[in-house]
Design a protein around this ligand. Sequence first.
Ligand code: GTP
Ligand code: MG
Length: 192
Amino acid sequence: MDSTIVVKLVLLGDTAVGKSCLVVRFVRDEFFEFQEPTIGAAFLTQTVQLDDAAVKFEIWDTAGQERYRSLAPMYYRGAACAVVVYDITNPDSFAGAKSWVKELQRRGDANVVIALAGNKADLESRRKVEFEEANAYAEENGILHLETSAKNANNVKALFVEIAKKLPKNRPQPEREAFPLAAPPQENRSCC
Ligand code: GTP
Ligand code: MG
């Protein structure tokens, strides 16, 4: 019989790499050229259907601006999976992504599934981070790597499907009190 597993997923990465746009594309299939920077964090949910199970992602879209950095552990703690995003036109954001991967490996959950997403892949003419370089880094670290475009939707659903496939299907359900905020979040509230 089909089962649904519920998993906490966190998005991390520098400001303006497109974390919120990736989530909005995945959850609502929309894209905004002028997406506002996230304040604090936003919470959304979306379910993907695999052959043998459904995976409901409880998604924490964190704010990448430096002033919010100290909040991040609150959101990645207890997360079964993490999407670390960089912008393929911005090498600094790739360096930032590496430092998030390192932090997750040191301080995240032991079995956290990490996916590195090179976003804005539609901006090929402005590319500064080569696919091969990021892919080699991901292989060395045993993490997933995809290039995505929230703008043209390329690889966005595939990213979450790949993560869902890597999750252990018999993991215990997360504790409801694991929400990092005092009040439980409203589902699908506006994210920015
Ligand atoms: P913070 O919330 O500050 O951490 O930023 P963020 O990572 O959530 O970035 P956000 O989703 O707000 O996107 C920043 C800008 O990049 C927006 O103006 C988007 O329109 C643009 N953007 C996001 N994804 C893409 C993409 O795939 N391609 C292109 N060309 N632009 C994108
Ligand atoms: Mg954002």
